[in-house]
Write a protein that binds this ligand. Structure first.
Ligand SMILES: [Zn+2]
Length: 354
C-alpha cells in the first residue's frame, strides 16, 4: 500500500513537472508588436515613438520553438551599411524552422533603418549618433537614445544571450573576427568564451576595457553582458559588399552557437586554433587628403611596415602610414577619402592561447 502511494506521488510529480514544462512552452513570446506562439515565427516592429525628433519602427522577428530552451537574440544593422551582417539575419529569418528550435530566437535584422535607406555609414542620420555607443539609452533623448532604451527593454532584458553582428562599414576593408569580453566574472566569461569559439571565426579580439556599469554600458553586447547575460559580437563583410562567404560565416556562426546552447540539434563547429588578439593599435590620419593603401586586410605586418600613404589633392605625398606595432591588419581604409583624425588601419596584436 505504501509503495503504491509512493508510486502515485512520483507519477503526480512527473505529471505536474511535465505539465509545467508544456505550459511554459504553450505561452506565446512577444517582442514589440511580434507575438509568436510555440512552433511559429512572427514578425512585427519595435516602435520607437517620436520625441524631439521622428519616430522609428525597428523590424523584429520572433521564432518560438516547440521545446523549452534559452532565448537568444541576434541583432544586426546597428550600423545600417554593414550589409553582410544584415543579409545574414535576413537569411536566418527565412530559413530557421520553429519546429526544430528549442527555446526562442529574437531576430533584429536592421536597427539603423535610416542609415540603410540613406546609405550613411557609422551613424544614425536622424541625430548624428552612433547606434552602438548610446546604450542603455533613455526616452528623453534623441532617436538613437530612445531606440537604445527600447532595444534594451524589448530585446536585451527578454533574452538570455545576445549576438551582435557587424562587419566592415562602407569605408573599412575588414577581415572577419569576433569579440570576447573579459569581465572578470569567471562563470560569465567561460560561457561567452565558448560562444565565441562555437561561432567559428578564427580571430578573436579580447575586450577588457568595456564599461562595467550597466547604467553606462555604451555597446549593445555590453548591455547584455553587464546584465549578467553572456554575449558576443562578431563581424564579417567589408566596404559595402555582400560576399557569400561572409554571409555564410555569420549564418553558420549563429547556428553553431544555437547548437552550443542546444537550441538546434547537432554539435557546434568549434574553432580549433583561435588567434587571440590581445590589443588593437590604431593609426589615424594626420591630415585631409587622398589615401592609397599598400596592404590588404588580414596581412601580417611588422612594426614600421608602410600600410599606405596620403597625398594632397594635387599629388604631393603628405603622410606615410606605418604599422605602429607587429600584428595583423584587422581593417584598413577602403576608400580614398580621408580626413584628419579618421582611422587608416587597426592592427591587431596577436597574443598567447587563452
Ligand atoms: Zn558595426
Amino acid at each position: 500500500m505504501q509503495s503504491k502511494i509512493a508510486f502515485c506521488l512520483a507519477c503526480c510529480l512527473w505529471i505536474i513537472n511535465s505539465t509545467a514544462l508544456t505550459a511554459l512552452q504553450e505561452k506565446p513570446f512577444t517582442v514589440g508588436t511580434a507575438t509568436a506562439s510555440p512552433g511559429h515565427k512572427a514578425s512585427g516592429v519595435i516602435e520607437i515613438p517620436a520625441g524631439s525628433d521622428a519616430a522609428l519602427n525597428i523590424p523584429v522577428v520572433v521564432v518560438r520553438g516547440t521545446k523549452p530552451g534559452p532565448t537568444l537574440a541576434i541583432v544586426a544593422g546597428l550600423h545600417g551599411t554593414e550589409y553582410a551582417s544584415i543579409i545574414a539575419v535576413e537569411h536566418l529569418i527565412e530559413t530557421v524552422d520553429p519546429a526544430t528550435v528549442s527555446g526562442t530566437l529574437i531576430l533584429v535584422p536592421l536597427v539603423n533603418v535610416n542609415s540603410f535607406e540613406q546609405i550613411i555609414p557609422h551613424l544614425n542620420p536622424a541625430d548624428g549618433k552612433n547606434m552602438n555607443r548610446m546604450f542603455p539609452g533613455n526616452m528623453s533623448g534623441t532617436q538613437t537614445d530612445r531606440a537604445s532604451f527600447l532595444i534594451t527593454r524589448e530585446v536585451v532584458e527578454k533574452c538570455d544571450h545576445l549576438i551582435d553582428l557587424h562587419g566592415g562599414d562602407l569605408d573599412e576593408s575588414l577581415r572577419p573576427y569576433s569579440y570576447w569580453t573579459r569581465t572578470g566574472n569567471d562563470k560569465l566569461d567561460a560561457v561567452s568564451r565558448e560562444m565565441v569559439l562555437a561561432f567559428g571565426l578564427d580571430h578573436v579580439i579580447i575586450s577588457t576595457d568595456r564599461p562595467k556599469d550597466p547604467a553606462a554600458s555604451r555597446y549593445l553586447e555590453n548591455t547584455a553582458t553587464t546584465r549578467g547575460k553572456a554575449s558576443i559580437t562578431a563581424e564579417a563583410g567589408y566596404a559595402g559588399t555582400v560576399a557569400q562567404e561572409d554571409v555564410e560565416a555569420l549564418v553558420r556562426g549563429c547556428q553553431s552557437v544555437m547548437r552550443f546552447f542546444k537550441m538546434l540539434p547537432g554539435q557546434p563547429e568549434r574553432v580549433a586554433h583561435p588567434v587571440w588578439i590581445e590589443s588593437i593599435e590604431t593609426i589615424t590620419s594626420e591630415q585631409n587628403g587622398i589615401f592609397y593603401p599598400l596592404v590588404k586586410r588580414g596581412t601580417r605586418v611588422a612594426k614600421g611596415t608602410s600600410l599606405g600613404y596620403l597625398t594632397d589633392y594635387v599629388g604631393n605625398k603628405i603622410m606615410d602610414a606605418r604599422a605602429p606595432a607587429d600584428g595583423e591588419v584587422l581593417f584598413i581604409r577602403a576608400i580614398p577619402s580621408m580626413t584628419k583624425g579618421q582611422t587608416i588601419a587597426n592592427i591587431g596584436v596577436v597574443g598567447t592561447p587563452k
